[in-house]
Design a protein around this ligand. Structure first.
Ligand code: AMP
Length: 395
């Protein structure tokens, strides 16, 4: 793959797929600019080489064509404030004559932001129209840079198809970092390699569990999915979350882990609540959840046992919370594991929306080696799938 670091953008116009899908308040101000800030290294590299950057992104989920509330014009002032002294322009479309003219008029050292890609169905929904749309996006530029990991698991016009119509293509710094950690580090992990897998359901993490069972030394299970494994082992689960149809699959995963010599750990104790509520009555129980109770967090002994495994690890991957961490009384497991990962000297990779939210809330983000910018994309990457957005810039 062409490395962005080794490419000289002098005199080139580069179209960059960024992820500017940022939250806005009711005044259409950006309330969290993390994604915009994270795109800056790639944009600044293009500009400092003496090139020009055309930025394209989606924002929100427009249903039928243009909707003012999803316009990318709302991010322009934020981008401008992060690029002081740079001329940041906006054009209220992403294809067509007006856009082509704006690309032509763009001078080296300038930035042009295009309108929301998803105002056109050809970006993500209308497969037949995708190539024509992608070709128009590619008009008037010399280079395509993909720096949007959050959509890299989708073969959309701007994330993958466009690469066929631009001669020079590459990953931006953000995408490169994701490939380095989620791809290279996980493919050749320093051992012991410990995976922490949590979240609501086994179904959402089935493929990742299968894939990690072949690679990890230890898998630590938490969250609602633990109780489907409990059921598979014949433990009482009370009213805890369970996926009956996956009990046999859970058995197979346990057998597979045993056969492969993986240390597959389940919670040894739990917080069992009488209802799904932060104010619920809480009982500390072992591996038998009493009737009428539901396990909503892992217990103190489990946190200690998991922390010990994490301490001895050289590589840690974490996806999914250990309990209902949105409720403070059931957040200790998730934050305990978070602290253990932060304290360990292992390479730590955090993927998935909820674990990333927990890490950010805990204030320990700067102690992690890598926090993935894509929920679904990071999961698919860990599952060992080829992501279209990465394959496109690799070919
Ligand atoms: P996922 O999207 O599959 O990663 O699941 C994340 C969600 O799982 C969070 O909203 C948690 O509140 C929820 N969760 C974690 N542990 C439990 C549990 N023991 N019972 C029910 N839901 C849980």
């Amino acid at each position: 793959m062409q490395q962005i670091d080794n490419y000289n953008f002098a005199g080139k116009k580069a179209i960059v797929r960024v992820d500017f899908n940022v939250p806005l308040n009711d005044k259409f101000e950006v309330t969290d600019d993390t994604r915009i800030v994270e795109a800056m290294p790639t944009i600044k590299k293009i500009l400092s080489d003496g090139g020009a950057a055309v930025l394209m992104s989606h924002l929100g989920r427009p249903k039928e064509g243009p909707e003012a509330k999803f316009s990318l014009k709302h991010v322009v002032s934020k981008v401008q404030s992060l690029l002081s002294g740079v001329n940041v322009k906006f054009v209220d479309d992403c294809i067509g004559d007006k856009v082509l003219q704006a690309k032509k008029d763009l001078k080296m050292g300038e930035v042009l932001i295009l309108e929301n890609l998803r105002f056109y169905k050809a970006e993500d929904k209308d497969k037949e129209a995708m190539p024509g749309f992608a070709k128009q996006l590619a008009e008037g530029v010399d280079v395509y840079v993909n720096d949007a990991f959050g959509t890299a698991h989708r073969a959309h016009a701007s994330t993958a198809i466009i690469a066929q119509y631009v001669k020079n293509k590459m990953a931006g710094f953000l995408l490169e970092k994701e490939i380095k950690f989620l791809g290279d580090t996980v493919a050749n992990p320093e051992k012991p390699f410990v995976a922490i897998v949590g979240g609501a359901k086994v179904s959402g993490k089935l493929e990742v569990l299968k894939s990690l069972t072949g690679k990890c030394d230890t898998i630590l299970i938490g969250g609602g999915m633990a109780y489907t494994f409990y059921k598979a082992l014949g433990y009482k689960i009370g009213n805890s979350l369970v996926e009956e149809e996956l009990v046999d699959t859970a058995k197979q995963i346990l057998e597979d882990a045993k056969a492969k010599g993986v240390n597959f750990m389940l919670p040894v104790d739990n917080l069992a609540a009488d209802k799904f509520d932060n104010g619920a009555d809480i009982m500390e129980v072992g591996t038998e959840i009493p009737d009428g109770r539901m396990a909503l967090d892992i217990g103190a002994k489990t946190i200690k046992a998991y922390a010990a495994e994490i301490k001895g690890a050289k590589t840690v991957v974490w996806n999914g919370p250990m309990g209902c961490f949105e409720m403070p009384n059931f957040a200790k497991g998730t934050f305990g594991v978070c602290q253990a990962v932060a304290d360990s000297s292992a390479i730590s990779i955090i993927g998935g929306g909820d674990s990333v939210a927990a890490v950010n809330q805990s204030g320990l983000a700067d102690k992690m080696s890598h926090i993935s910018t894509g929920g679904g994309a990071s999961l698919e990457f860990l599952e060992g799938k080829v992501l279209p957005g990465i394959a496109a810039v690799r070919d």
